[in-house]
Write a protein that binds this ligand. Structure first.
Ligand code: PEP
Length: 249
């Protein structure tokens, strides 16, 4: 009932010359039953949306400012992102929370701005290794969800990505039981807050070292509706097998 999603976060990688990666994805997934999203750096949004127009790959941005405009040197508003033809924006990524100090309230404000401008907000949350080892993962994730997700969210405007910080870019992943536990908790919290219909319909992605060789098992885990993929989304030969695993799941 939930449409599966594979989202690629290119982070600060890529150049116009490398956008042929998109052509490979478009060719391999023309009839995909899944949503496929690539989030390149801001300067590539317009060439990417132009290249992907009408095809199976949608484009998203990696962050936005909560305000519509103003004296915020270096920032980009959700309206500007929507104006490029992009349909999504990642907010609350742990790299933004850690390096730029984004708080739950700021993430929520960014997500509100995204949703108000017709973008789907991919809200990220997840614990550090020390928080997991201290038994704090579930309470932390519950608090992040409560604080970061906008009140007016619907399944059409919100995707939540569980990304344990210690799994991002490290090659380590939680056990499938740990992923299932967190996703079950997220699902229960969403149902409690938004009601059964909306709470059951909001998609939950797993992110953190998803690769072609572990994707199928992760996608077979309850309440995992897809993945947010960093490093393995940079090349079609890595990302495409992950998408194929999702399409078969
Ligand atoms: C990410 O940065 O969101 C991510 C999941 O990265 P990686 O897949 O490289 O661990």
């Amino acid at each position: 009932m939930r449409r599966k999603m594979a989202a690629g976060n290119w982070k600060m990688n890529g150049a116009q010359a490398g956008l042929s990666v998109l052509d490979g994805l478009i060719a391999s997934h023309a009839e995909s039953p899944c949503d496929i999203v690539i989030c390149p750096p801001h300067p590539l949004l317009i060439p990417a949306t132009t290249r992907c127009a009408g095809g199976p790959v949608a484009i998203g941005a990696q962050d936005c400012h909560a305000e519509a405009k103003g004296a915020f040197t270096g920032d980009v508003s959700a309206g500007m992102i929507a104006d490029t033809g992009a349909g999504y924006v990642i907010v609350g990524h742990s790299e933004r929370r850690e390096a730029y100090g984004d708080t739950d309230a700021q993430v929520q404000a960014k997500a509100v701005a995204a949703q108000s401008n017709g973008l789907i907000a991919i809200v990220c949350l997840g614990e550090s290794l020390s928080q997991r080892e201290a038994g704090e993962a579930l309470p932390l994730i519950t608090a992040q969800l409560a604080g970061s997700v906008p009140e007016a969210s619907t399944a059409a405007t919100l995707v939540v990505a569980y990304e344990p910080i210690w799994a991002i870019g490290t090659g380590k992943i939680p056990t499938l039981a740990q992923i299932a536990e967190v996703h079950a908790k997220l699902r229960a919290e969403l149902v409690a807050r938004f009601g059964a219909e909306t709470g059951e319909a909001i998609r939950l992605l797993y992110g953190g070292s998803v690769k072609p060789d572990n994707a199928a098992n992760i996608f077979a885990t309850a309440n995992v509706d897809g993945a947010l993929v960093g490093g393995a989304s940079l090349k079609a030969e890595d990302f495409s097998p992950i998408i194929h695993a999702l399409e078969k799941s």
